[in-house]
Write a protein that binds this ligand. Structure first.
Ligand SMILES: [Zn+2]
Length: 222
């Protein structure tokens, strides 16, 4: 599979450096399982980061200096690096309903078995990451149905896992990431045929626009 639309490069680099917040890191990790090009880029960034660290390791430090620095950092906790950093090294064949490995750590393997919460207009959602800095949700959109038109106070990234959707800016299939920057307005509509399954990450609350949008305010829990 080769994706046409990718996460912003700076996010890939931040992911490789381990400095991305959890929700975005999860989306990038899932994209990497589906996109060899970004996987290569992230791998190169990690390699460069590693060699930089090696070059920076000072030969002139006195004995015990490194141990002292590490000691000051304290023990490395299991939560210091999000689990989503362990992206699989090889691509996964897309199988309907089977979620990418990084997502399975959060919600299990089978999208059909999730506790989908039904919203108006053929839309269903499951919260995945509910932190305040950025949130990740799974959405399932019935064929031909759409998400109400909305704008963004921050970045929204939507990774298609199955099916596809169009939003006036492009058509997105499995592996693609639709990126809406601050202030952008769009209305995603799922393809006819199969439901569209996607992982959406928002770094700030959505602003629903239009009359229909107001109906969704009590449901979206943003
Ligand atoms: Zn990519």
């Amino acid at each position: 599979m080769s994706a046409t639309f990718h996460p912003p490069e700076e996010l890939l680099l931040a992911y490789a450096a381990g400095s991305l917040e959890e929700a975005s890191a999860l989306l990038v990790a899932c994209h990497l399982t589906l996109c060899p090009a970004c996987r290569r880029l992230a791998g190169q960034a990690e390699a460069v980061g590693g060699s930089l660290l090696e070059e920076l390791a000072p030969a002139s430090l006195s004995d015990g200096a490194l141990a002292a620095v590490l000691g000051r950092l304290g023990p490395v906790s299991a939560t210091a690096r999000p689990a989503v950093r362990q992206a699989p090294a090889r691509p996964q064949p897309p199988r309907p309903g089977l979620l990418p490995r990084p997502l399975r750590d959060y919600v299990g393997a089978d999208s059909a078995a999730l506790p989908w919460k039904r919203l108006p207009g053929g839309l269903e959602q499951v919260p995945v990451v509910t932190r305040t800095d950025a949130r990740a949700r799974l959405y399932r959109i019935a064929p031909g149905m759409g998400v109400p038109e909305h704008s963004h106070g921050g970045l929204e990234m939507t990774l298609v896992l199955a099916g596809g959707f169009s939003d006036g800016h492009g058509h997105y299939g499995p592996g693609d990431v639709a990126v809406m920057a601050d202030g952008g307005i769009h209305r995603p509509v799922a393809d006819a045929g199969d439901p569209c399954l996607c992982l959406a990450v928002t770094t700030a609350p959505l602003r629903l626009t239009g009359l229909i949008g107001r109906l969704f305010n009590p449901f979206l829990d943003l």
